[in-house]
Write a protein that binds this ligand. Structure first.
Ligand code: PMP
Ligand code: GLN
Length: 395
């Protein structure tokens, strides 16, 4: 069969037809390649330094004080309170910790539970491409269909007419990721208004993935739920992994009306039930850190973004400067390359660096074939060494 990565794949024995073609995630494949070759891993997005000590200390204290059994199904009370406080503090959004918040195993489980709970066979989900890989898999697991609208470089804007055309009488929900992986785009207020107006006009639910909400360098992050008519039709999802540099803890959350939270919880309780007991109170501590912490993580990452963008430009790529997130996407064609997947598979041997081909995030493969993503969430000396190695591509 034709695989999602444009290769002919053999069917995986035993695997249900809905999931044939999904293969191994690109993040696992490329991180394994980095380990195997000893290359610098600018592929999978995870930092190479720990987050705030106060947050780690709180997790250790929680383990030591015996908070190691199942937490409540919706999450521990102080984390639910802290999430509501965070939504009010940064966005003026009010949620009731009693029934409008659900703690999940990372944003990944929140997204899966939302899609599984809210969509099924016969329903369509509209999302933008490139899209985070789990969206397509979750829509497939739900038995729904995806309809994609392409974001195109250099600005990664979209054509409102294309978005309107993607909505049909079967459309149940719209899935929006801003700040956006892999492009580093922050959807503008005008773009978000367009999305919100279409959701209201067509009575759609929205699911938002806001895991990079605090990693914004230019522009501002505005949750879709703050737009007119959206608060009660939006399932807002975020997580602690990126904000606190503890991606392995997998603490995420969902905020929505009691009815939507109940629906999402119905699916979530049969996925993990609960997870991360001692990490939950620790993230509550993190969410309460002062404004300087939040300004500091964005400023620190912006400097890393600049270092990487400059180095990639010197290496000869066309670079699309990101306004947010860990990631920078480049066009490899100025280097005489055209296939990002081949390029990424050979890059460790050629240069000792790992990157991720954007094509895996597209339905329309020709839109992303020549695009490659590099992560900047590494120590400056690691970025400098990676950039030094990449200069070899010019010769
Ligand atoms: N959404 C996007 C856009 C991501 O990049 C990631 C990776 N952090 C996730 C969701 C998953 O988040 P988590 O690790 O909290 O499950
Ligand atoms: N979100 C991370 C990225 O985009 C990877 C997480 C994962 O491995 N699933 O690189």
């Amino acid at each position: 069969m034709a695989g999602r990565r444009g290769r002919r794949l053999l069917a995986v024995p035993h695997l249900t037809g809905r999931l044939q073609g999904f293969g191994t995630t690109i993040f696992a494949e490329m991180s394994a390649l980095a380990v195997e070759t000893g290359a610098i891993n600018l592929g999978q997005g995870f930092p190479d330094t720990d987050g705030p000590a106060a947050v780690a200390d709180a997790a250790i204290a929680a383990i030591r004080s015996g908070r190691n059994q199942y937490p409540p199904g919706t999450g521990c009370p102080e984390l639910r309170d802290a999430i509501c406080h965070h939504q009010r503090r940064f966005y003026g959004l009010e949620y009731d910790p009693a029934d409008e918040v659900l703690v999940t195993a990372g944003a990944t489980e929140g997204i899966a539970a939302a899609i599984l709970a809210l969509t099924g066979p016969g329903d369509e989900v509209v999302c933008f491409e490139p899209y985070y890989d789990s969206y397509a898999a979750c829509i497939a697991m739900a038995g729904a269909q995806r309809r994609v609208v392409t974001l195109r470089p250099p600005g990664y804007g979209f054509d409102p007419a294309e978005l309107r055309a993607a909505i049909t009488p079967r459309t149940k929900l719209l899935l929006l990721n801003s700040p956006h992986n892999p492009t580093g785009k922050v959807f503008s207020p005008e773009e978000l208004s367009t999305v919100a107006e279409l959701c209201v006009e067509h009575d759609l639910l929205a699911v938002t993935d806001e895991v990079y909400e605090h990693l914004v360098f230019e522009g501002v992050h505005l949750p879709l739920a703050t737009f007119p008519g959206m608060r009660d039709r939006t399932v807002t999802i975020s997580s602690a992994g990126k904000t606190f540099s503890y991606t392995g803890w997998k603490i995420g959350w969902v905020c929505a009306t009691p009815e939507l939270v109940t629906a999402v919880k119905t699916a979530k309780q049969f996925l993990t039930y609960v997870s991360g007991a001692p990490f939950q109170p620790a993230i509550a501590v993190g969410l309460g850190l002062p404004d300087e912490f939040y300004a500091g993580i964005a400023a620190d990452l912006a400097a890393k973004r600049d270092r990487l963008v400059d180095g990639l430009t010197r290496a000869g790529f066309e670079v699309f400067r990101p306004a947010a997130t860990y990631f920078t996407t480049v066009d490899i064609r100025p280097l005489g390359e055209s296939d990002g997947l081949d390029f990424c598979r050979s890059l460790p041997a050629r240069c000792g660096v790992v990157a991720v081909p954007d094509v895996v995030f597209y339905d329309h493969q020709s839109e992303g074939r020549h695009l490659v993503r590099f992560a900047c969430c590494k120590r400056p000396e690691v970025l400098d060494e990676a950039v030094r190695r990449l200069q070899a591509l010019r010769s």
